[in-house]
Structure formats: C-alpha cells, structure tokens
Ligand binder design. Structure first.
Ligand code: FEO
Length: 392
C-alpha cells in the first residue's frame, strides 16, 4: 500500500490486513483489520505516529523509503501491532527520537529492547512543535494498556488515538464510508479489549472531548471525518445504563440444558425481557462480547461433564468475568446426573462481576415440570429486578 493523503502534509501509512481472523490468539476478526501509522510533515520537523505490525515489516519499510527525514517517532501504545516496526524505523533513521509516555518507555525497553537513549518521555499535556504544526500529548491510560496516550494535532484538529475509537475493519478507503459497518466493528472491538476499563475510559472520553475535534484518526480501521458517530457510540457503551436484555451463553450435550434454555427464553419474552442466546458449540465469541456491552443480566447454562461444568461454559464464564460488563444480575442453570457442581464452579468464575446473583436452577436428569416452574420463576425474578433497577 502507498501512503495515502489525509490532509495536506498528513499521510496514512501502514497496512490493511484483509486476511487476519484472530487477534492476540483470542479475538475473532471477521472483517480483518488495519494497522495505521501517520506521517506529519511540519515546516521544521517530521513526525511518524506509530508504526506497523511486524508481519508487514517489508511493506511498511518500503513506505518509509519515501520519507526523506524523520525527527520524531511518536509511539502512542507499546503493543506490538503498533510498535513492532519501531526498531526498523530507528535503524533507518538513527537521528529520530522516540517520543512516548513514561510508562511506555519502560514497556518498550522490555518488549522491543530499544536502548534508553533513544527515548524522550512526554508528560500529560506536553507539546511538541513541528514548526507550523503542534502536537499535544494527552495521557489516556487503559485504551488499551496503562501506558497509552493520544496526540492532538492542534492546527488541523485531528486526534490520533491509537486503539481508542478503533475498529478491526479492513477497508480500502482510509475514511469511514459505511457507518453501520464501522459502528458494528468498533463495538466488537470495544467489547473485546476496552470494556474491562470502562470507568477509566469514561474519564478519557471526557478528557478528549474538551477538544474541538474535526477528525479522529485511530490506528485500526478507518478515520472518522464525522467524529460524532464514534463519540456518541462510546458514550452509550461506556456510560449508559444496561438495557432490558439477558445474554444467555449455553452448551448442551443431551438436550436437558437446551430444553431449560428454550424455556427460559420463552419465559423471558413472556415477561417483556429481550434475550440473546449463544450456543457455545457454534457461537462467535466476539458477538457474545458485543451483547455483553448492553445486557443487564447474564445467565450461563451448562450440563455436567467430568464432574463439573462443560469446559465451553467455563470459558464463557471466565471471559464474561474478565470483560467485566455493566450487567447488574447473573444466574446459572445446569443439569447433572450424579455430580451437581455446575453452580458452585460457574459462580466461582464470575466473582469479579459486580452483580446480584439470582436463584440458580439445577435439574437432575431431564428437566421436569418442577424445573420448568423454577425457570419461570427465574424469568419473573429477572423481569422484576430489571424494573426495580429502572432498566429499560
Ligand atoms: Fe492495537 Fe492494543 O493494540
């Protein structure tokens, strides 16, 4: 890919990774991703913001062939999909200084073995003059690691945010063209890596929104020329109360748990509660994470296998626990033959969720009329709890 013009003297470099389908060996990427770097040519100084994933080293360094001089390399985030090509850029431009937050310096010394003398650390609010342009650094921790910062290009009113406001989306246009598609990809991205830090992200949102932003230029996915789209989305994902929605990940081996799930879905609908069920045998875990952004209640359902919950249900419970969604209530359903450890094991895995745990439902063998009545009571309980909590 050739460098593409964002505005006069501002270019997007990096790569579009059309084929990538998994990130951090964990996160499904149905739409690929991009790794965006930005080159800014000031009247006196030239700056590169972020680099590229090392898998695209050759393509990226070919782009750097077109750069005459580099005074500063700004690294907003130490994760290797943005920092991985820093050593190669510094090798080509030995005079360039690496501008980072203090925490990022330590991380990049550890992760990339960059010598200490290459770094210049910048405090929150510090500025760097490029001549006719000014970069201001805004510390925005936990989007997505503790060292992350954003950079504000004052004269052009562009906020460079790295992972913050990003989307895993491979597209040929550097700007957003399909708003609905970008919204979905950005929500998936937020759910999978940002959601656990939403209290700090809320503060970061307030911090960047004090600027009169014309464009948001993240390091994944397209650039927002209409920043309202992604700003309003983040306000809702981060700060709005949860919705009248139950997320129901489940797995079933011999139909008992599935019959329980069917009954709960039916009873929730009858009680005016929306529900999204995810069969963990076939589900896209990214979609499950997306639904967790809004859900007021999580119910995990599993049969018993090898004396405890099914490993797929254990995985889903652990994932929900680490994603720390804004859910207010949780419960467990399960079936068993001779060992009834589904409820204690699953409950033990979701201890970091700040939820009220509602009465679980356990069935010995296939569900009976008594089991279905207990499920109906759980659905009524969820509906009542949602109303009491003001969940709409
Ligand atoms: Fe895109 Fe946290 O790296």
């Amino acid at each position: 890919m050739k460098p593409l013009k964002v505005k006069d003297d501002i270019y997007r470099l990096g790569s579009v990774d059309w084929d990538r389908r998994i990130f951090d060996a964990l996160i499904p990427l149905p739409d690929g991703t991009s790794y965006n770097a930005y080159l800014i040519k000031g009247s006196e100084k030239t700056v590169l913001i972020d680099t590229d994933d090392p898998a695209f080293r050759d393509e990226f360094m070919e782009q750097m062939e077109e750069v005459d001089k580099l005074d500063y390399l700004v690294s907003l985030h130490a994760e290797q999909d943005h920092s991985g090509c820093i050593p190669f850029v510094l090798e080509k431009f030995p005079e360039a200084k690496l501008v980072v937050s203090p925490k990022c310096k330590n991380m990049e010394m550890d992760l990339l073995h960059i010598p200490e003398e290459k770094f210049v650390t910048v405090a929150d609010g510090e500025t760097l003059s490029l001549g006719n342009k000014t970069l201001k650094f805004i510390h925005t921790p936990w989007v997505h690691w503790p060292e992350t910062m954003s950079a504000w290009l004052e004269e052009d009113r562009i906020m460079f945010t790295c992972d913050f406001f990003g989307s895993h989306l491979a597209v040929s246009n550097i700007f957003v063209t399909d708003k609905a598609r970008t919204y979905d990809a950005a929500k998936r991205y937020y759910a999978e890596i940002m959601m656990p830090f939403r209290k700090i992200i809320s503060k970061n949102l307030q911090k960047v929104l004090t600027y009169d932003i014309d464009m948001i230029a993240p390091s994944h996915g397209p650039i927002y020329r209409d920043p309202e789209l992604i700003i309003e989305a983040h306000k809702e994902w981060v700060d709005a109360p949860p919705k009248n929605l139950v997320v129901l990940p489940y797995i079933s081996m011999h139909e008992s748990t599935r019959l329980m799930v069917d009954r709960l879905v039916e009873a929730l609908i009858k009680n005016g509660v929306e529900v999204e069920q995810f069969n963990l045998e076939v589900t896209d875990l990214g979609k499950l994470a997306m639904m967790l952004v809004d859900a007021a209640t999580i119910v995990i359902a599993s049969p018993t296998v090898l004396g405890g919950p099914h490993p797929a249900a254990v995985y889903a419970a652990y994932l929900a626990n680490v994603l720390r969604p804004k859910a207010l209530f949780a419960s467990v359903m399960g079936s068993y033959g001779w060992s009834d450890r589904v409820v204690p094991v699953i409950s033990g895995l979701i201890k970091d969720l700040k939820v009220e745990v509602l009465e679980p439902v356990l069935s010995k063998g296939a569900p009976t009329q008594e089991t279905f009545e207990a499920i109906d009571r759980l659905a009524e309980n969820i509906a009542t709890k949602h109303k009491e909590a003001g969940v709409m």
